[in-house]
Design a protein around this ligand. Structure first.
Ligand SMILES: [Fe+2]
Ligand SMILES: [Fe+2]
Length: 177
């Protein structure tokens, strides 16, 4: 049985992941409206990943017979002053989530809940990738302020297809539906 302290923090994290989903949809829609389809596509895909993270956490709690509360989320930022701003916001968000994920692993360990600590390992690895991806993208988008086609070409080249499915990823609630 997962530790009570871990369960309540994981429920909070489900809200954070859904909020990240909404924020990335807002970023994608902004780029779509600016006719920057490659950046839009990247953020639509990131949004789906965040939803998936939330649903993996939901599945973990369902499997453990714990109560899951699907949260409401605060409205994301939808107006941006430049094509750089959504990416710098995303990088801040990924850094914040990394701290939250590490704190979750710490909560599990402090409660000697090693099963939950192990569940968090995949997310720790995922956050390393997401922070690296966003900080690379921030450098490229900053260089492309005067010529957004530069970042569009970069995205078409480097992020043409989504990530290959990861067999080590935890199961998501509803994935087989
Ligand atoms: Fe996430
Ligand atoms: Fe993320």
């Amino acid at each position: 049985m997962p530790a009570e302290s871990f369960v309540s923090r994981l429920n909070e994290q489900i809200a954070n992941e859904f909020a990240a989903h909404q924020q990335y949809v807002a970023c994608a829609v902004y780029y779509d409206a600016e006719t920057l389809p490659q950046l839009a596509r990247f953020f639509y895909r990131q949004a789906l990943e965040e939803r998936d993270h939330a649903m993996m956490m939901v599945q973990y709690l369902v499997d453990a017979d714990e109560r899951v509360v699907i949260p409401g989320v605060a409205a994301p930022q939808s107006d941006f002053s430049s094509i750089v701003e959504p990416v710098s916001l995303a990088l801040q968000q990924e850094r914040r989530v990394t701290d939250q994920i590490n704190a979750l692993a710490g909560t599990a360990r402090a409660a000697s809940d090693y099963t939950s600590e192990q569940f968090m390992q995949w997310f720790i690895k995922e956050q390393v990738e997401e922070v690296a991806t966003m900080s690379d993208l921030l450098r490229v988008v900053e260089r492309s302020r005067d010529d957004p086609m530069e970042v569009e070409n970069f995205m078409a080249r480097e992020h043409a297809s989504g990530e290959a499915s990861d067999p080590t990823a935890p199961n998501s609630a509803g994935a087989g539906a």
